[in-house]
Design a binder for this molecule. Structure first.
Ligand SMILES: *Cc1c(COP(=O)(O)O)cnc(C)c1O
Length: 309
């Protein structure tokens, strides 16, 4: 990202385009689904069951994968984790795509239990003779993290081909499986620090989840695990999950105007806002290299149109 690097006057910035993973407008959940859905098929599932907020990118990717595999898809749609930021929030972006991919949507109130309504929905479907398979909130579990480890391997190859090893890999962290996969595979780039930007305004919960999934994923992969490798940076989430602050809006505008990147107000925009803040604090110097992972999320941008008028 030459123009953004020059604008910020810090390290050389690179972007890993995990928003371009292919299916259903892409994103980081598809890599996690690689192994999770293999497990679903091996177990003879005919129905995927998952859940998330109205504008969940995770649900969209589950729904798209279900369509591709010919599986039914039932989603618990959580209302109330955040107040709808706009009139179109319930209809556009990911909400529209979930319907288009053929998912059956079940509206439920958010009560803080990420997987409770998903489990209840799976039980109900089993009672109706279906073979449901639970895809956890955010596709975050040890198997999902194993799938995400592939990103670090790709970054290692791609940076190697370009002739450098990055000082850091920076991305936004929420349900934890993404960071867990990177940490579990970190021996592939031993000199690079993995830096997760908390976007949930719950940095301690995020870190605890990353540690748990990374430890289990590292065991699957026969890799060492050290909790000291899990760095979750607080202070860039804005007031709450799904509520962007001014720094996020500025980061989205910079990414778009300088690099043609489409970031979103819930995840990737907050991630870039955190990276910009770390650069401005002098964490890396000119000549060093930092990779930002664009984890996806652009469809949600359209539910926040009013921020960019
Ligand atoms: C889910 C998501 C994240 C966070 O990944 P986790 O594995 O939940 O920590 C980041 N960016 C986007 C666009 C996402 O949809």
């Amino acid at each position: 990202m030459k123009r953004l690097s020059a604008h910020l006057g810090g390290p050389n910035l690179w972007v890993k385009r995990d928003d371009c993973t292919g299916l259903g407008l892409g994103g980081n959940k598809l890599r996690k689904l690689d192994y999770v859905l293999r497990d679903a098929i091996d177990r003879g599932a005919d129905t995927l069951v998952s859940g998330g907020v109205v504008q969940s990118n995770s649900q969209r990717q589950v729904a798209a994968a279900a369509a591709k595999l010919g599986l039914a898809c039932h989603l618990a749609v959580y209302h109330g984790r955040l107040a709808p930021p706009s009139a179109e929030y319930e209809k556009t972006g990911n909400a529209l795509l979930n319907r288009l991919f053929g998912a059956v949507l079940h509206d439920v109130p958010w009560n803080g239990d990420r997987n409770g309504a998903i489990t209840a929905l799976a039980d109900e479907l089993r009672g109706h003779g279906r073979q449901p398979y639970i895809v956890p909130y955010g596709v975050s579990n040890p198997l999902g993290a194993v799938g995400y480890a592939s990103t670090l391997v790709e970054i290692a190859h791609q940076c190697g081909a370009l002739g450098f090893a990055p000082q850091a890999i920076v991305h936004c962290s929420g349900s934890g499986g993404t960071q867990a996969g990177l940490v579990a595979a970190r021996r592939g780039l031993p000199d690079s620090r993995i830096v997760g930007i908390d976007i949930d305004a719950e940095p301690e919960r995020v870190r605890a989840d990353v540690v748990a999934y990374a430890e289990a994923a590292a065991a699957y992969l026969d890799q060492p695990f050290d909790a000291a490798d899990v760095e979750v940076v607080a202070g860039h989430a804005g007031p709450a999950y799904g509520v962007p602050h001014q720094a996020t809006i500025e980061a989205i505008k910079l990414g778009a105007a300088l690099e043609g990147l489409v970031l979103d107000p819930v995840y990737s925009g907050k991630g870039l806002a955190g990276l910009i803040a770390l650069i401005r604090s002098g964490r890396w110097t000119r000549g060093e290299n930092v990779v930002f992972i664009h984890t996806g999320g652009a469809p949600a941008l359209f539910a926040y149109r009013h921020l960019f008028n």
